[in-house]
Design a protein. Structure first.
Length: 112
């Protein structure tokens, strides 16, 4: 931050303190500045992604329940168990199952 004076002689002490406070606030603002602020579109995208993930989870649970003759709760437990043992995210497992990249038998073969 630059201070330009119109007359020689410097600033009085209270003005120096005020200028230092403004410089400190400016420094903090610059450190915390984000060039890409959150836009309403970003929030909307996040909500849509969460809804899509939930729908994928429900579809995957239904596929496992149907294939294995399980209740939805049992199918969800089977998905969670598989994801933990495979060290994978639950949403990724559900996505792979729904897109037929992961056969239901694989998930059902993992002991609870």
């Amino acid at each position: 931050m630059n201070l330009l004076l119109t007359a020689p002689g410097g600033l009085p002490e209270p003005d120096v303190d005020l200028a230092q406070a403004l410089a400190d606030v400016t420094a903090v603002a610059l450190v915390n500045w984000n060039p890409y602020p959150i836009r309403p579109d970003d929030i909307s995208s996040r909500v849509q992604a969460a809804i899509a993930a939930k729908a994928t989870m429900e579809l995957a649970s239904g596929m496992i329940a149907e294939h294995g003759g399980l209740s939805i709760a049992q199918a969800q437990r089977a998905l969670r168990t598989y994801a933990v043992r495979a060290d994978d995210r639950l949403t990724q497992v559900a996505h792979a199952l729904v897109h037929r990249a992961l056969p239901p038998e694989t998930i059902l073969a993992v002991p609870a």
